[in-house]
Design a protein around this ligand. Structure first.
Ligand code: ZN
Length: 229
């Protein structure tokens, strides 16, 4: 069960899962995020993966979209309200949605329980991140323990990007699916916090100025510089 939002990270995670597991399903959460463009990218990314990677097509199963609108209604953040993206007084960006990844994992596990899936694959990363405490490796490990105790299962929370920086995430995509997958991630996935698709930059679509675009662009440049002869 892959937590798949349609962004660069979760698309790379989906490819990672398709490379390893015979049966893969995807889940996303609609929590009233200001911009739905990421969710709109999901279907296209899934369709393109099927079209361009016949070996993976047979492994890619159902897609689930869960309504978690209540999370957006109780949160006061730049992702769910008209607020500026900045660093808050607590040192966390205003894009931090408290509890988001904990809630996501709990719902993904509840769904995995029903679907008889054992591995929960998610794109959390504490290497090139914005300081979100719910992206930490310790948070994920604690969550795995809590889910297994609370649901009497043996779920494995897989976070293949945890110790990769953004350049290495591009490299992982290349290792998994070659230039074809890199191009798919570059042109079809979405990371921009402002929800802008706009023009296609060398690193993909986006406003080019928000923290998510900056991180993505910086990673792309380092990845390309490392690939240059
Ligand atoms: Zn942006």
């Amino acid at each position: 069960m892959v937590l798949f939002s349609g962004g660069q990270d979760s698309t790379t995670c989906l490819a990672w899962a398709l490379d390893r597991f015979a049966a893969v399903e995807t889940v996303a959460f609609d929590y009233g995020q200001r911009h739905r463009v990421e969710l709109a990218c999901r279907e296209r990314v899934r369709a393109e993966l099927v079209r361009r990677f016949p070996g993976w097509a047979a492994r890619l199963g159902e897609d689930h979209l869960l309504d978690l609108g209540v999370l957006g209604r109780i949160s006061d953040t730049a992702l769910t309200r008209e607020a500026a993206i900045a660093l808050g007084e607590n040192g966390l960006p205003t894009t931090f949605v408290p509890g988001r990844n904990l809630v996501f994992l709990a719902f993904a596990a509840a769904l995995a329980y029903r679907r008889d899936a054992r591995h929960l694959v998610a794109g959390m990363c504490e290497t090139d991140f914005s300081g979100y405490p719910d992206c930490r490796d310790d948070t994920m490990k604690a969550m795995q323990v809590a889910l297994n105790l609370g649901m009497e299962r043996r779920f494995v929370v897989e976070t293949p990007l945890m110790w990769l920086d953004k350049a290495e995430t591009w490299e992982l995509a290349e290792r998994l699916g070659g230039a074809d997958l890199v191009e798919l991630v570059r042109t079809e996935t979405h990371s921009c916090y402002l929800g802008e698709r706009g023009q296609l930059h060398e690193w993909g679509h986006g406003c080019g100025a928000c923290p998510a675009c900056e991180l993505r662009a910086k990673g792309w440049r380092r990845y390309r510089a490392a690939a240059a002869p």
